[in-house]
Design a protein around this ligand. Structure first.
Ligand SMILES: NC(=O)c1ccc[n+]([C@@H]2O[C@H](COP(=O)([O-])OP(=O)(O)OC[C@H]3O[C@@H](n4cnc5c(N)ncnc54)[C@H](O)[C@@H]3O)[C@@H](O)[C@H]2O)c1
Ligand SMILES: [Zn+2]
Ligand SMILES: [Zn+2]
Length: 386
């Protein structure tokens, strides 16, 4: 039992007060976990573009004031009534894609999109429709975010929204598995199931795209073409396993055809076996589909497009055997699969270190968000203890 069990904890958090405003570091009160909930002492948090997107105000479902953050790793401080899957002192990774193991979705064996906490998570509240955060300064309740809110030194999550992992694994690495790395790697390995000797094109070489490249390499793809508008991503993509690099901005066409499609089709004798969109740009999604090989090419959408955007292609592209699909959190079931991935990291067969380009203290979290605008930032980690 911890000394704070049952008590409200006052700690520091980065609060998002309004769209476009910098995060404000301030004291928040975090209530004890209720039935089915867990309070976690967060040690490290990876910054992801979804945090930036919501903070920008462009996310129509974004709520303010709230505590962002969804790549969190920490230690269980206390558990609510009825919680049996974790215990005090466990080292955990938070899961924005929960896994209850008993809903229709979990039991289907076909998807990782557990619905147990889905509705309330989207409304910024706990499953009983109430909140656990309060600003000390204004006494206002604060919204939860993605069921995780890991930009607070303490947070409360559903028992389905976290998983215990190997306590020897460093938390400034395991936090990355809460979103970006798992998403990209899983999309290649679990959703698309890239086959040995196949050809792959990955559009967008941020953290997600680089993790796709690594997954495709692990699956022994013969050719992995990285496509990015930023030439500086060439060395990154090569380091992660890409065999070729194409910058679409350097290609031009006068006849109205898609120069990127033409180039990729030419490089692969007819098109790719697998393509992945890791940009969130709907035009790139179309290009990725159309660069697939006739008859069997599969394109996986990972990027999250801005609100209201739609994808388009001629139906003939699908009639002639190309497939379009999507992947959330890499198709990974967090509670079932993340412990194994952490063990692989410890054995040296699942690299995580290379994704980290910056580390900042919680106090400097806004500096971290600035770094993310720079094409050289893959992942910036926030040390929540400082
Ligand atoms: N489906 C999921 O579960 C899930 C989870 C996490 C992130 N995402 C999404 O994945 C996407 C990638 O995330 P990230 O963190 O790697 O982002 P990032 O911004 O770090 O990387 C995007 C990359 O795409 C490149 N790019 C931009 N426009 C391009 C274009 N027209 N053609 C080619 N390349 C282009 C950029 O130069 C950059 O290197 C985002 O849309 C994010 O919201 C989805
Ligand atoms: Zn994310
Ligand atoms: Zn479920």
């Amino acid at each position: 039992m911890s000394s704070t069990e049952g008590e409200t904890i006052t700690c520091k958090a980065a609060v998002a007060w309004g769209p476009g405003e910098p995060l404000k570091l301030e004291d928040v009160r975090v209530s004890p976990p209720r039935a089915g909930e867990v309070r976690v002492h967060i040690m490290f948090n990876g910054l992801c573009h979804t945090d930036v997107y919501t903070l920008s105000g462009k996310d129509p479902e974004g709520l303010f004031p709230s505590i962002l953050g969804h790549e969190g790793a920490g230690v269980v401080e206390s558990i609510g009534e009825g919680v049996t899957n974790v215990k005090v002192g466990d080292h955990v990774v938070l899961l924005y894609t929960a896994e209850c193991g008993k809903c229709k979705f979990c039991l289907s064996g076909k998807t990782n999109l557990c619905q147990a906490v889905r509705a309330t998570q989207g409304k910024g509240v706990m499953p009983d429709n109430t909140r656990r955060f309060e600003s000390v300064r204004t006494n206002e309740p604060l919204y939860h975010f993605m069921g995780t809110s890991s930009l607070s030194q303490y947070t409360v999550v559903s028992q389905y929204s976290l998983v215990t992992v190997n306590p020897k694994a460093p938390m400034n690495r395991t936090c990355l598995l809460g979103c970006g790395v798992t998403t990209g790697y899983g999309a290649a390995v679990y959703t698309a199931k890239v086959e040995p000797k196949s050809t792959v094109a990955v559009f967008g070489c941020g953290c997600v795209g680089l993790a796709v490249i690594r997954g495709a390499k692990e699956r022994e793809a013969a050719k992995i073409i990285a496509v990015d508008t930023n030439d500086e991503k060439k060395s990154w993509a090569t380091k992660f396993g890409a065999t070729d690099f194409v910058n679409p901005s350097s290609l031009s066409t006068n006849d109205g055809s898609n120069a990127v499609v033409d180039k990729l089709v030419e490089m692969t004798d007819g098109g790719l076996d697998y393509t992945f969109d890791c940009t969130g740009n709907v035009h790139v999604m179309r290009t990725a589909l159309e660069a697939c090989h006739k008859g069997w090419g599969v394109s996986t959408v990972i990027g999250v497009a801005a609100a209201g955007q739609e994808i388009a292609t001629r139906p003939f592209q699908l009639v002639t055997g190309r497939k379009w699909q999507g992947s959330a959190f890499g198709g990974v079931k967090g509670r079932t699969q993340l412990p194994g991935i952490v063990d692989r990291y410890m054995q040296g067969t699942f690299p995580l270190d290379d994704y980290i380009t910056q580390t900042v203290s919680l106090e400097d979290v806004n500096k971290g968000l600035e770094y993310m605008k720079d094409g050289q930032c893959i992942r910036c980690i926030v040390d929540m203890t400082k």
